[in-house]
Design a protein around this ligand. Structure first.
Ligand code: LER
Ligand code: MN
Length: 275
């Protein structure tokens, strides 16, 4: 067997007060969450944020140095879920608010050397919307924000999200097609196993097919519980990633079930059996 690089796992964490829709394991001060997850054996932390004021960069840098953790990704689902705004909105004030919040998070990501995700914050077409108009608005926002990200030393990753949450860019193929049509070559996709289990014909097949377009992956089991608590086959999924020599990060985005510490510990213990 080829020697495979050890996969690197980050756990999703938000600051206190984040809504349940943030889909994170811990909603804790980072000074409490980071030492815990470093002790469990995670390599990094994915910060799920709403606003740049939630982070004190100096304190965070100390915590990262002391724990040895990295921040591979700043995720932005809360801009949509708690900030009530998106890039798809036909209301220019709503769209400007989404871009303003996102710009603040680009600064944080740039300072931390993290990528920044666009998941639900792209928004939906809606029952009366025009797909062409919505795609054009989202592409326009992504182009502008992508350029700001580049200047800040970071880059955007686009997450296909299942049809029950968002009504377009649901599968990897659809997301890649959108990026190709708008010539957004610098944006990579970030598949999420929870969404893939609903949208893809084959999780392993899609991970292998789009390997050179993937910048990051969200891991959860079929029920969004910790890996090992649902019916996804992680030995096959990780074998597929090894087969394509996947070397980017994986974010563990799971529900805090049955409780945050158990979910976090069981996830990394299970995943290290294969990776
Ligand atoms: C939402 O379901 C999700 O997976 C997030 O990472 C996207 O905002
Ligand atoms: Mn996700």
């Amino acid at each position: 067997m080829d020697h495979q690089p050890k996969l690197r796992f980050a756990l999703t964490v938000a600051t206190p007060g984040a809504l349940p829709s943030a889909f994170v394991v811990y909603r804790l001060p980072l000074s409490e969450a980071l030492p815990k997850i470093a002790d469990m054996g995670y390599d990094g932390v994915e910060l799920a944020l709403l606003d740049r004021s939630q982070i004190n960069i100096t304190e965070l840098r100390h915590l990262l140095t002391n724990t040895g953790l990295c921040v591979p990704v700043v995720s932005t689902g809360q801009v949509f879920a708690a900030g009530n705004c998106s890039f798809a909105s036909a209301d220019s004030d709503v769209r400007a608010k989404a871009e303003r919040l996102f710009e603040g998070l680009i600064e944080i990501a740039g300072e931390l050397g993290a990528a920044i995700n666009v998941g639900r914050v792209r928004g939906s077409i809606g029952p009366n919307g025009s797909r062409t108009d919505v795609e054009a608005r989202v592409a326009d926002s992504l182009n502008r924000l992508g350029e700001q990200a580049r200047k800040a030393g970071t880059y955007i990753i686009l997450e296909p999200v299942n049809r029950y949450e968002i009504d377009f860019l649901n599968s990897c193929e659809e997301a890649v097609d959108f990026l190709n049509r708008y010539r957004m070559d610098s944006i990579r996709i970030m598949p999420d196993l929870f969404h893939m289990n609903i949208e893809e014909a084959s999780i392993e097949g899609s991970l292998m097919r789009w390997a050179d377009r993937i910048g990051y992956i969200h891991f959860a089991d079929s029920n969004r519980h910790f890996p090992g608590d649902g019916h996804l086959d992680f030995s096959r999924i990780i074998a597929a990633l090894h087969a394509v020599h996947y070397s980017n990060w994986i974010g563990v985005e799971i529900l805090p079930h049955p409780d945050p510490d158990t979910a976090a510990e069981r996830a990394i213990r299970y995943l290290r059996r294969f990776a």
